[in-house]
Design a protein around this ligand. Structure first.
Ligand SMILES: Cc1ncc(COP(=O)(O)O)c(C=O)c1O
Length: 391
């Protein structure tokens, strides 16, 4: 079906200046990967979020794979993860040997609740993954204190939450590991794919370049004939006497050059999305069958705009009428992970996450990418009002 306003789109159009950066980088560089641009991007990102040890990689999933690998799970280690998130928040931990324990969301904030995590902590808990889903940050300050006392790692999945802050500190600065995504749909995108990993521990962070790039590192260049037997050395990463195999999670120089300049636009993009979202929520206030998230912070980045209906038949009818009568494609996301065949086959079909199930079965996600014009936002709003009056 061809929609007047489809749900999905690349998130942004590049400006002329950004297009020039892409062209100039391609034209001027001899080598298109692992050069100065990655370092520039990482330095700029560190300044942007206010924390050291940022490592650019080819996707947020790769950043999560590295995180999971570095957790170094042993038999019976558990990781607590909400069912209501994207699959990449979860499967790298299973792949690297952890047992998953599901946590639930809070219906008002739409993100994982402290209570549901705390109830699931055991002596086997090694890590907790907190996704700041939809660009609605999860306030992790209390949780972090509790996890610190129990020696449990905090992993912030900030794939959707670039530029949001909790108090005075940016999302992604609280975790032992934090990750960001520059995938095509995210508020900024480095040509469709890209990610960033932030590592708190200095010793671990020294190993990331090797783990990211096939174990490559320098020889000791002070020795004679350093070019023999090869131009560069290879070494295995050793942390706390344990060995870690490398990967290839490199991101290209063109993506990094673009990423650096895009960081200058994050606040503009976020505030324009926020302004639109707040207007949208305000104008639909009179319809109490539709529940937007209830938080009083103005710091969310509204990567997505989601709400839930009181009743799932009404939700289904709403989506159908928006599509068939108004040509506007709304979506339903994220199916709780325990309900996917993938997780069922791995033995994770059971969960007691009632809020996540309740929310998913009644939720609607409106088209909300940054490329929508003001006129299209007006159309979505007026069609929503029209259909809400009808159902
Ligand atoms: C919450 C969350 N975590 C992780 C990812 C993975 O990001 P990437 O596509 O950059 O691998 C995504 C992507 O949609 C996401 O939404």
């Amino acid at each position: 079906m061809k929609y007047r306003i489809p749900f999905s789109s690349k998130s942004i159009d590049y400006t002329e200046e950004e297009m020039l950066v892409i062209k100039d980088t391609i034209t001027s560089l001899n080598i298109l990967t692992m050069g100065n641009k990655i370092t520039e991007f990482e330095n700029k990102f560190e300044n942007f979020i206010g924390k050291k040890n940022a490592f650019a990689v080819n996707s947020a999933t790769s950043a999560l794979e590295l995180t999971a690998q570095l957790c170094n799970f042993k038999k019976n280690d558990e990781v607590i993860i909400p069912t209501h998130t994207y699959t990449s928040s979860c499967y790298p931990f299973i792949k690297n040997g952890a047992k998953i324990v599901w946590a639930d969301i809070d219906l008002d904030t739409r993100v994982v609740s402290d209570e549901s995590i705390i109830n699931k902590l055991t002596k086997n808990t090694k890590a907790v993954v907190v996704p700041h889903l939809y660009g609605y940050f999860k306030d992790v300050r209390t949780l972090k204190e509790i996890l610190n006392t129990k020696n449990v790692l905090l992993i912030e999945d900030a794939a959707q939450a670039i530029g949001t802050s909790i108090g005075d500190d940016k999302v992604g600065t609280f975790g032992d590991f934090s990750i960001f995504s520059f995938h095509s749909h995210k508020n900024i995108t480095t040509l469709g794919e890209g990610g960033m990993l932030i590592v708190d521990n200095e010793e671990i962070s020294k190993e990331i370049p090797k783990l990211r790039h096939n174990g490559h590192c320098d020889f000791d260049y002070s020795r004679n004939e350093y070019w023999k037997p090869a131009m560069g050395n290879l070494d295995i990463s050793v942390i706390n006497n344990e060995m870690f195999f490398p990967n290839n999670y490199c991101i290209t120089e063109v993506q990094c050059a673009l990423g650096s300049i895009l960081l200058d636009r994050v606040y503009d993009i976020n505030s324009s999305k926020r302004r639109r979202a707040i207007r949208f929520i305000e104008e639909l206030k009179e319809f109490d069958i539709l529940n937007f998230h209830k938080v009083d912070s103005l710091q969310h980045n509204y990567h997505l705009l989601a709400a839930y209906f009181n009743n799932h038949e009404v939700r289904d009818r709403f989506i159908e009428l928006m599509a068939n009568e108004e040509g506007i494609q709304c979506a339903v996301q994220y199916l709780p992970l325990n309900r996917y065949d993938f997780y069922r086959k791995l033995g994770y079909s059971d969960s007691s996450c009632q809020n996540a199930d309740y929310f998913f079965d009644r939720m609607v996600s409106f088209p909300f990418h940054h490329r929508l014009t003001d006129n299209e936002i007006d159309q979505i709003l007026s069609s929503t009002k029209k259909i809400l009056k009808k159902i």
